[in-house]
Design a protein around this ligand. Structure first.
Ligand code: SAM
Length: 308
């Protein structure tokens, strides 16, 4: 079993070094991960950037190209990684992830069992939550996905906090060596109810399980199975609404401003601080962002029944 180095803290408060992974930020919807190498270059629509100019600069720096264009070099935090990672599977996004981290009651030192690993989007945030002394043991039955996830955890500097195993968790359950040791279990599997009895065996007294499923039929079957071992069974759907807020003239979003959304009118909602809607009056406008994500899945949480 992998020993975790308790002195290894996750810190992004340092300077960029040769071999580091940086997130090259062009704008909020255009970012990409780049491994820094002393002789490397990045060419994009803003010009040619030499990696050697980046080395020694703090994360967050604005760097310039040969033509005067610029990008920002950001640290590969779990939040950004989730936005730029290569999608080998469906992944969990920030709204669901933050809810999971909270409701699994994760703190430094926790041991978490997870399956499937998928693209490692959730695992990355789980690892940061339990660092520096906890550990994530994540399992996927797909060998290539497990290998790619391992490579990603190396790149993001999390490999000492995450161990990836290849195993059919629905068929075989979690390995016996974890019996009674897990603080939390997370399942993102097509038939989670098959893994629930094993998850119950792995959890410590009071441990919490979460299962993510896109369909309500999966949730219903999981809840039926959960009843025998778990209590406090609750299911949530997390819907994230992001808003654009600005001061402007009433009607400006409808008549030619950036807000005159052509593709998504039904989802637009405009609220104003002024009850008399006089065109020409400047006021604060808030508009639901047309890119707001809808349904991703249901999160079912449950706590292991106390046996004593
Ligand atoms: C949707 S992905 C998980 C995504 C992950 N939560 C993330 O945020 O990146 C589901 C994964 O479960 C794996 N899987 C499906 N059935 C499995 C099983 N019986 N045992 C282990 N892994 C399984 C699949 O190979 C796939 O990688």
């Amino acid at each position: 079993m992998l020993l975790v180095d308790p002195t290894k803290k996750l810190s992004y408060n340092r300077r960029i070094m040769d071999g580091d992974l940086v997130i090259v930020y062009e704008r909020y919807n255009s970012m990409k991960p780049v491994k820094v190498s002393a002789g490397g270059v990045l060419q994009n629509r803003f010009g040619l950037f030499k990696h050697s100019d980046w080395i020694g600069k703090p994360f967050g720096s604005k760097v310039f190209s040969n033509t005067g264009g610029y990008v920002y070099l950001l640290a590969p935090t779990p939040e950004l990684w989730t936005l730029v990672l290569s999608h080998r599977t469906q992944i969990l996004y920030i709204a669901d992830i933050s809810f999971v981290v909270m409701y699994l009651e994760l703190v430094p030192g926790c041991v978490v069992l997870e399956s499937g690993t998928g693209s490692g989007s959730l695992s990355t945030s789980l690892a940061r939550a339990v660092a520096p002394t906890g550990h994530i043991y994540t399992f996927d039955f797909h060998e290539q996905r497990a290998a790619s996830a391992r490579e990603d955890f190396e790149r993001t500097g999390l490999s000492s906090l995450v161990t990836v195993g290849v195993r059919d968790i629905q068929g075989e359950g979690f390995p016996d060596e974890f019996t009674g040791r897990a603080d939390s279990v997370f399942l993102d599997l097509p038939q989670p109810w098959l893994a629930i009895p094993s998850a119950a065996k792995m959890l410590q007294q009071d441990g919490v399980l979460c299962s993510f499923s896109p369909c309500i039929e999966q949730v219903q079957r999981s809840c039926e199975t959960l009843k025998s071992h778990f209590t406090e069974i609750r299911t949530f759907e997390i819907l994230l609404h992001t808003y654009e807020v600005r001061e402007g003239e009433l009607g400006s979003w409808q008549d030619g401003g950036r807000g005159s959304v052509k593709s998504c009118k039904k989802r637009q909602r405009s609220t104003t601080t002024n009850s008399e809607e006089n065109p020409g009056t400047r006021t604060i406008l808030a508009r639901l962002n047309s890119e707001a994500k809808g349904h991703t899945g249901y999160l079912t949480f449950a706590r292991l029944k106390c046996t004593s």
